[in-house]
Design a protein around this ligand. Sequence first.
Ligand code: NI
Length: 131
Amino acid sequence: MKIHHIGYAVRDIEKSLVEFELIGFKKVGELYNDTERNVIIQLMKNDTWLIELVAPCNENSPIFSIIEKNNNTPYHFCFCTDSISQQIDKLRSNNYVIIEPAKPAMAFDGRLVAFLYHKYIGIIELLECKQ
Ligand code: NI
């Protein structure tokens, strides 16, 4: 699978995006307040590298504990897949566990996104990309 972006957990998205701009990243699209997932998202690009800044909305946010443990840190690679349901089935039969089932994501034009975990890899994200 091709890499789509790297997810980067940040405590304060407004402050972090200024610092990412200073080191060569430019904003892509607008800031999304994803109330479904309790996260705030800003995509940024440097050359061909796309990163997704993800900040928690509140203590119920899935990345709140990541920030508490590791502070600002990259925490997932996202991969493009033609069929998210087929890819999930394949990965589940290879010991991946679903941590967030496929749901539309605001920041990616409503395309389906899912999160899985493997004990030797950690968190990965799948994004359905029609090619
Ligand atoms: Ni992501």
